[in-house]
Design a protein around this ligand. Structure first.
Ligand SMILES: Cc1cc2nc3c(=O)[nH]c(=O)nc-3n(C[C@H](O)[C@H](O)[C@H](O)COP(=O)(O)OP(=O)(O)OC[C@H]3O[C@@H](n4cnc5c(N)ncnc54)[C@H](O)[C@@H]3O)c2cc1C
Length: 455
């Protein structure tokens, strides 16, 4: 079996996630292939050593670092095993960069829809393990929808293949067990190590339009978002940026945006080749009706410009994460939410949670994200420990409120180690116990990714 690396200098490079959440691994395995993975897991199983998968560590929940046992990195498992353009299928190893895979597929006229803004900084395996999603998930759903088959090395070291059952209807047993592959997607490393992934793709859409629409205030932008989702079923991406984010884009991103405005929506819609103008005019009429500052609307006139408009979104979390990491030394940092509610509640829920923020007098607050899915991100930046404590209070209040409104406390980043305290706002103790019992059935010695999801 390959041996574990315990050189502190090397370990230091694997010891923090994107928000600076740190661990303390005893060592690091870097398997070269799936057989190595099996041997390592079998050894950990026999000796009861905890083992946490780690990929590109773009996690923002501490899920890819460990406080006990070993890390196992997927960095050498980066191959495209098989690409079948005619079947629109691709089989890959888990450590492949998601952005690289999407670019390779594009050469074959294929399109893999999930688009976390971190797609160039994360792996396919990490995205499956977190059930990642992105702006275009409004139309295409999260990673889960595109996974057709997984090979998982279970916590005893045995590999097992799981297929998606492609039937329209199913009444065989409990829903969760009808398609056990679903347990492993989004399991955050707690049920085994994914060593092979088969994904379904689509043909590349011929063309699309993209626009930034500005509104006089937040209330108008949020009402418009709901109306757009209801009235433009073809919209594939509907993202919100509050005024603080727009200011950050002007200052830190060097982007020329109109001012003053009270919020912006970013919208994309796929269009048949050669028909963008007609559809654009319909959009402008709709936006005017919804109270947008139509003269300020910015339209992506070339494909490159449209891609740029989408990529700009990444500036916000990337800049705020960097600042958060800097503030960590003073006891501060960035706390972010990724709760979601039924989208029609958004115009009511956002003003309500802003009251929690005002009560705790938080100064640096940024709200942006997947408003069309009822899924905004609040990023709370704290310069010191006192502000961080107040931000934590706000996040608790938000999650309690969201749980009570039929929402979820995390819609794409997962629970990891950071969001465990909020699970109680969604699941009664008995349901937590059932979930823990399932984890115990798969991983009786609790070696896989301890601390993720469960205490
Ligand atoms: C700036 C920024 C923007 C982001 N934007 C988005 C976004 O738009 N949407 C979104 O969903 N997320 C987003 N994220 C979060 C993050 O990028 C995703 O969760 C991503 O899927 C993590 O992939 P990774 O390869 O970096 O995995 P890591 O962070 O290394 O690991 C994440 C989890 O996956 C597990 N894991 C990794 N590989 C395997 C494997 N082979 N088998 C089993 N478990 C495994 C790890 O144990 C861990 O629990 C963002 C992060 C940053 C920093």
């Amino acid at each position: 079996m390959i041996s574990a690396i315990d050189d502190p200098e090397i370990l230091a490079g694997y010891n923090a996630d994107a928000l600076g959440y740190r661990g303390s691994p005893a060592g690091l395995f870097r398997p070269r292939d799936a057989r190595d993975v099996q041997e390592i897991v079998r050894w950990c199983h026999e000796h009861r050593h905890p083992l946490t998968p780690t990929a590109l560590r773009s996690s923002t929940t501490g899920s890819c670092v460990c406080h006990e046992g070993y890390l196992i990195s997927t960095e050498h498992l980066q191959h495209i095993v098989d690409l079948q353009p005619e079947r629109r299928r691709v089989i890959v190893e888990p450590g492949l960069n998601l952005g690289d895979l999407k670019r390779e597929l594009q050469k074959h006229g294929l399109f893999l829809p999930p688009d976390p803004t971190s797609e160039n900084e994360c792996t396919v395996g990490g995205a499956v393990a977190c059930n990642a999603s992105g702006a275009r998930s409004l139309k295409y759903g999260a990673m889960r929808r595109w996974v057709r088959r997984l090979v998982v090395v279970l916590p005893d070291g045995e590999p097992m293949e799981f297929l998606t059952r492609d039937v329209d209807k199913n009444t065989t047993g409990y829903y969760g067990f009808q398609d056990p592959i679903q347990f492993f997607i989004g399991s955050e490393g707690t049920l085994g190590i994914i060593t092979e992934i088969e994904l379904e793709c689509l043909d590349l859409p011929p063309d699309y339009i993209a626009l930034y629409a500005f509104f006089p205030d937040e209330a108008a932008a949020l009402q418009a978002a709901v109306a757009i989702r209801d009235r433009q079923p073809a919209v594939r991406c509907l993202e919100y940026f509050d005024d603080a984010c727009l200011e950050l884009l002007r200052r830190d991103g060097g982007v020329a945006l109109p001012r003053p405005t009270g919020g912006m929506l970013f919208c994309e819609q796929e269009v048949p080749a050669g028909e963008p103008d007609e559809i654009l005019l319909e959009w402008l009429d709709l936006l005017e009706e919804l109270g947008a500052l139509v003269d300020d609307t910015m339209v992506g006139d070339t494909r490159a410009r449209r891609e740029e408009m989408k990529d700009l979104r990444h500036t916000i979390p990337a800049t705020l994460n960097e600042r958060g990491v800097q503030y960590r030394a003073q006891g501060g940092g960035k706390l972010s939410t990724d709760w979601a509610v039924p989208y029609r509640l958004i115009p009511e829920v956002i003003p309500h949670v802003r009251r929690f923020i005002r009560r705790e007098k938080l100064a640096a607050v940024y709200c942006y994200g997947h408003i069309g899915n009822g899924h905004p991100h609040f990023n709370l930046l704290s310069a010191d420990a006192a502000a961080a404590r107040r931000a934590e209070t706000v996040i608790h209040e938000m999650c309690r409120y969201i749980g009570g409104r039929g929402g979820t406390i995390t819609a794409e980043h997962g629970v990891g180690k950071v969001k465990r305290p909020f699970l109680k706002y969604m699941f009664p103790p008995r349901v937590m116990h059932w979930m823990r019992s399932f984890k115990q059935a798969v991983d009786p010695h609790g070696i896989m990714a301890p601390g993720n999801i469960f205490d």
